[in-house]
Design a protein around this ligand. Structure first.
Ligand code: PEP
Ligand code: MG
Length: 333
């Protein structure tokens, strides 16, 4: 089980049978960068950029965003930095954006839906800042394997959204070319946090370099149980068989392709589940910096072949209780 005093491991870790697993941190502001490096994160698996937009009167301009992204890249010169484009709406209000009054904001205009709709100007500015940051010293580029910047879209549900966002990014690159501004093309991926994305993952994977599974929203939408609502928290638990199967379907869609699959929801930071997650086929886990040492320790104790058996058993379970019983067989618990 989770060991609160786990040693800090600065270097990437591998399973007991030698597969390297990226253990990264989720960050929201520059204040989170210090703890992420201090706790030994290999990179940033989720930069929640909405925090750059909160508690102010107007959105950050291109230069301010560029500096924030470069600062994150400089904090991890060898690691990957996955920056999620603005994810507002739902539970994430921002006053000056004039969000609509919706009866079901979690099912409304949020995430990529806003970036391709009413916030398209903000999206363009953010993409400009991101492409420029990718061209900076530690920005890497989509064809380098040594880390660098990755751009990730929130709340994707359709192939068209991914195609539209890609096109927007290509337009931004053309503009930067025309202006003679230095930039590079980042890795490009999507969050899998809607059931739709999990169902069409085999189509999405042809258009991305990676998936990152957002279990906070994925569990909410798969189970139709609002996140944070205690009355339905058992139902919305990521140990539900339906959630595990959605995760597995996503990983399976990427198998045999060049795409990697990570997880950046709360589930990724639970060291009691590390064996299960590696068995399900995840390549990367990203979490609050606090739990990085415990999860790194857990990774070193996992045998992938045992983990795959554990995952296969968990996928057979028909209730959450059964999943939990299977998990008591995890060598880590
Ligand atoms: C998620 O939904 O799992 C996720 C990581 O994103 P957020 O918690 O910011 O919605
Ligand atoms: Mg989410």
């Amino acid at each position: 089980a989770g060991d609160d005093d786990a040693e800090i491991r600065e270097d990437p870790v591998s399973t007991a049978d030698g597969t390297e697993i990226e253990v990264a941190a989720n960050v929201g502001t520059r204040k989170d960068l210090g703890p992420a490096t201090e706790r030994g994160a290999d990179g940033i698996g989720l930069y929640r950029t909405e925090f750059l937009f909160l508690d102010r009167e107007s959105p950050p301009d291109e230069e301010e965003q560029y500096e924030a992204y470069v600062e994150a890249l400089d904090a991890f010169p060898e690691g990957r930095v996955v920056v999620r484009t603005l994810d507002v709406g739902g539970d994430k209000p921002i006053d000056y954006l004039d969000l609509p009054d919706e009866e079901n904001p979690f099912l409304g205009e949020r995430g990529i839906r806003r970036s391709l709709g009413p916030d398209s100007d903000l999206f363009e500015t953010q993409l400009r800042a991101l492409l420029r940051a990718c061209g900076s010293e530690n920005g890497g580029s989509s064809d380098s394997s040594d880390g660098g910047l990755a751009v990730m879209l929130p709340l994707v549900a359709t192939v068209e959204e991914v195609a539209a966002a890609r096109e927007k990014m290509a337009e931004v690159a053309d503009d930067l070319d025309d202006e003679g501004v230095e930039y590079a093309r980042p890795e490009f991926g999507v969050m899998v946090e809607t059931p739709a994305a999990a169902f069409v993952a085999d189509d999405l994977v042809e258009r991305v370099d990676f998936f990152s599974i957002g279990t906070n929203d994925l569990a909410q939408y798969v189970m139709a149980a609002e996140r944070g609502n205690e009355r339905v928290s058992e139902l919305g638990d990521y140990r539900q068989p339906a959630v595990l199967r959605a995760i597995r379907a996503t990983v399976e869609a990427a198998e045999g392709t060049d795409a990697w699959v990570g997880m950046c929801g709360e589930m990724a930071g639970d060291p009691d589940l590390t064996e299960l997650l590696l068995g399900l086929g995840l390549d990367e886990l990203s979490m609050s910096a606090v739990t990085v040492p415990q999860v790194k320790a857990a990774v070193t104790n996992v045998s992938l072949s045992d983990a795959r058996e554990l995952a296969a058993e968990a996928l057979e379970a028909s209730t959450k209780d059964e999943v939990e019983r299977v998990l008591t067989n995890s060598t880590l618990s």
